[in-house]
Design a protein around this ligand. Structure first.
Ligand SMILES: *[C@@H]1O[C@H](CO)[C@@H](O)[C@H](O)[C@H]1NC(C)=O
Ligand SMILES: *[C@@H]1O[C@H](CO)[C@@H](O)[C@H](O)[C@H]1NC(C)=O
Ligand SMILES: *[C@@H]1O[C@H](CO)[C@@H](O)[C@H](O)[C@H]1NC(C)=O
Ligand SMILES: *[C@@H]1O[C@H](CO)[C@@H](O)[C@H](O)[C@H]1NC(C)=O
Length: 146
């Protein structure tokens, strides 16, 4: 019976930790996923390593770099475009990233990042620039909560 009681409190504590983590933007997970995608050697692929600032670069996969407050909706859109384009062999990582972003956006987790359901962006970036922007946004969130 004692074992059961401590087991129960362990389960309760774990759930509590998980829910706190979820409200806390899953910074660790997002960093893990984006780092994994950034570490992949894709430089030779012209569609993901091109400049989106040149209007002639039409074969370029250009993803939205969000305006403040529109981060999560743009991250959802960009991640979906990455999935559709099948440019990475890290399909599972992309799926996990998609699920984290969708959940955070739906539940309005992660305060300032999920203020808008509409992606608004003035600039576009390639895959590397998009992933770097994700890291930057979550690093800022992490810093502001520290
Ligand atoms: C988040 O902030 C804490 C405290 O400043 C730091 O130790 C940790 O490495 C940061 N995590 C990430 C993923 O940047
Ligand atoms: C493409 O990759 C090369 C090698 O990593 C890098 O030097 C270059 O700046 C990249 N170009 C763009 C437009 O990102
Ligand atoms: C991804 O592909 C699906 C199915 O073809 C399409 O409905 C959706 O609009 C695409 N999403 C983006 C962001 O391109
Ligand atoms: C992205 O995640 C959402 C929420 O979990 C899911 O409904 C959707 O099907 C996912 N999109 C793809 C392309 O897997």
């Amino acid at each position: 019976m004692h074992a059961n009681a401590s087991m129960l409190s362990y389960v309760f504590f774990s759930c509590l930790l998980l829910s706190v983590q979820a409200h806390d933007c899953q910074v660790r997970e997002i960093m893990l996923f984006t780092n994994r995608l950034l570490a992949e050697k894709l430089q030779d692929k012209t569609s993901v390593n091109c400049s989106c600032r040149e209007p002639t670069a039409n074969s370029c996969l250009c993803l939205p770099i969000p305006e403040p407050g529109h981060e999560l909706s743009c991250f959802v859109e960009g991640t979906e475009r990455l999935m559709n384009a099948s440019v990475t062999s890290e399909a599972t990582t992309l799926q996990l990233l998609n699920r984290s972003f969708q959940t955070q956006l739906e539940r309005k987790f992660c305060g300032q990042l999920s203020r808008s359901d509409q992606c608004q962006s003035k600039t576009k970036g390639n895959m590397k620039e998009f992933l770097t922007q994700i890291r930057k946004s979550y690093q800022e969130i992490n810093k502001s909560k520290a």
